[in-house]
Design a protein around this ligand. Structure first.
Ligand SMILES: Nc1ncnc2c1ncn2[C@@H]1O[C@H](COP(=O)(O)OP(=O)(O)O)[C@@H](O)[C@H]1O
Ligand SMILES: [Mg+2]
Length: 379
């Protein structure tokens, strides 16, 4: 049994700063969970509390159903892997991996066997006699993982383990960690501020902000139905477009309009949004829901091209919409268009907006107004 439960857990640091506030989370045995959020939001603090490296101020923390508030880190059998690797420079890979077990008095033959297995799993067998200085960043990160694996912990807590790696190696290690999770079947909590890691690696994402866990769900659920404008903007690049708007009733229908756009609310959302007619709202639409060609049901808008970013696989258009903007800042939006679409800076171009995945947020609270989910996720 290695479920991890945080029951109204808070961490108040001695200087009066809250590291984490009232976090409620239940992580299932064998689950792969991602903590995502900007720097300082409490990701590491939460991880350190689970590992026992940091005491909790209030609430209850349970591992395998047992309260561990007063259980020492070494008795929780949880392994932590840090971004910095924290390898001993004077020891070989083999000794780095076996050191913890040796300290615990595990028999030499057992240690050797565990190192052999972990090294095989991680592709480290040819490097066992090297010192960390003679390894690449990716190999060092594997040694740090290997040191955790030989301990056979009930859960792995990974604190931004890929942050020091270059983009290509990160992409490789991302896949390797997912495969490793499948093979080991152990609980993994992976901390990151990288949205791609968050979307692709875990069973669930926990989005944190200012010490709170503001949304927990499957990656595609959180992507499809962000609870507020912060999550809407944080989870993807380029982020969701957010435009000030007003909702008005027109006959049987509803229309969202703002500076430079008018969009008819699709039937599927009309009932949910009907009560908001007459209100100021924030209209949210992802860049991938703006298209270069019309289709039935799409709304036409016009933008002035501010920038075109050609990524090879696609082109990102940044366009100015409307006449004014707010506080002297022009109103801009991004559209993910095909790699064949080009337009010079300054050109007026039409774009076609698919209203079905639209969101409306409350400008005062920044919370999403509830509407039926599009059910992008079926399982
Ligand atoms: N030892 C500490 N003493 C006081 N405040 C701390 C300490 N460690 C972290 N904090 C504060 O707690 C908050 C969360 O920090 P942390 O968990 O490290 O964030 P993250 O890992 O998401 O970047 C931050 O505001 C940070 O300044
Ligand atoms: Mg951190």
């Amino acid at each position: 049994m290695s479920s991890i439960e945080l029951d109204h857990v808070s961490k108040l640091y001695a200087n009066g700063a809250y590291g984490v506030r009232d976090v409620d989370l239940s992580i299932g045995e064998g689950e792969f969970v991602i903590f995502l959020g900007p720097s300082g939001c409490g990701k590491s603090t939460t991880l350190r509390m689970i590992a026992g490296l940091e005491g909790i101020t209030s609430g209850d923390l349970r591992i395998g159903g047992r309260s561990v508030n007063n259980v020492a880190p070494r008795d929780r059998n949880i392994a932590v892997v840090f971004q910095s690797y924290a390898l001993y420079p004077h020891m070989s890979v083999r000794d780095n991996m076996g050191f913890g077990l040796k300290m615990r008095g595990v028999a030499r033959s057992v240690i050797e066997e565990k190192i052999r297995d972990a090294a095989g799993l991680l592709g480290l067998t040819p490097y066992l006699d090297r010192k960390p200085a003679a390894l690449s960043g990716g190999q060092r990160q594997r040694v740090a993982l290997g040191r955790a694996i030989v301990r056979d912990p009930v859960a792995f807590l990974l604190d931004e383990p890929l942050s020091n790696l270059d983009a290509q190696l990160r992409a490789e290690m991302r896949l390797e960690l997912v495969k490793l999770h499948r093979r080991l079947g152990r609980t993994i909590v992976h901390v990151t501020h990288d949205q791609v890691e968050a979307m692709t690696m875990g069973d669930r994402i926990c989005i944190m902000r200012e010490g709170r866990m503001i949304q927990v769900g499957k990656p595609l659920e959180v992507y499809a139905d962000p609870v507020d404008t912060f999550v809407a903007r944080f989870l993807a690049t380029p982020p969701m477009n957010l435009l000030p708007a007003r909702l008005t009733g027109q006959g049987d229908g509803l229309v969202v309009s703002g500076d430079g756009f008018t969009v008819e609310v699709p039937d599927m959302h009309r009932a949910a949004y009907a009560g908001l007619a007459g209100r100021e709202v924030i209209f949210g639409l992802r860049p991938e829901d703006l298209h270069e060609a019309p289709q039935p049901g799409f709304s036409r808008i016009e933008v002035t091209v501010v920038a075109m970013e050609s990524l090879g696989v696609e082109n990102i258009l940044v366009g100015q919409i409307g006449t004014g903007g707010t506080a002297g800042k022009p109103l801009e939006l991004s559209a993910r268009l095909s790699r064949h679409f080009t337009a010079p800076v300054g050109a007026r171009v039409p774009l076609y907006l698919d209203p079905r995945p639209m969101h409306l947020f409350d400008p005062e609270t920044t919370r999403a107004f509830p509407r039926p989910s599009l059910r992008l996720v079926t399982n």
